[in-house]
Design a protein around this ligand. Sequence first.
Ligand code: HEM
Length: 146
Amino acid sequence: MNYSITAHNANFIPPVQKPNPAFLKEIGEQGIRDLLRRLYICLDTSPIRSIFPPEDTQGMMEASQISADFFIQICGGPDYFNQNRGMPQMRGRHAPFAITAEARLHWLTCFEEALKPLEGNISEDNLQSFWNYINIFSIMMINTQG
Ligand code: HEM
């Protein structure tokens, strides 16, 4: 696996490709829910914890499942996020939170930690296509300098 992180360049946003739907077929909806739970467990004790509104770990776990709805949908599954929250409009939804290039690195580091247990169980191509998606898409969530 290549968990490389594309440097943020405010003048150029590389094209985004959605994850291969075969990733969802392999991992299953519960697998995505578990993945997002691992992400938020890591974020809960990360240096960027303060930008997340939930007050406690329980709140973070609930937030993780809203995000899981989104990731199931973007991987070609049912549109749970649209049904529960409306159109994704991710940039707008992230606008209230100060996301710096450094915050993105912490977020991706937690995602790498959450993905690692899947190595060996999920085909490398599918795992890579998921990483490539979050690597690029996360650039667009940066909304604050510094
Ligand atoms: C660049 C690093 C990122 C940071 C620091 C970040 C941070 C946050 C924060 C603070 C929230 C609000 C609290 C919550 O509900 O969890 C949030 C929500 C969310 N984020 Fe991110 N995010 C990042 C990137 C992304 C990316 C790349 C995606 C999707 C590909 C994403 C998907 C979501 C979703 C689906 C929600 C829930 C929105 C809702 O509640 O309606 N985030 N994120």
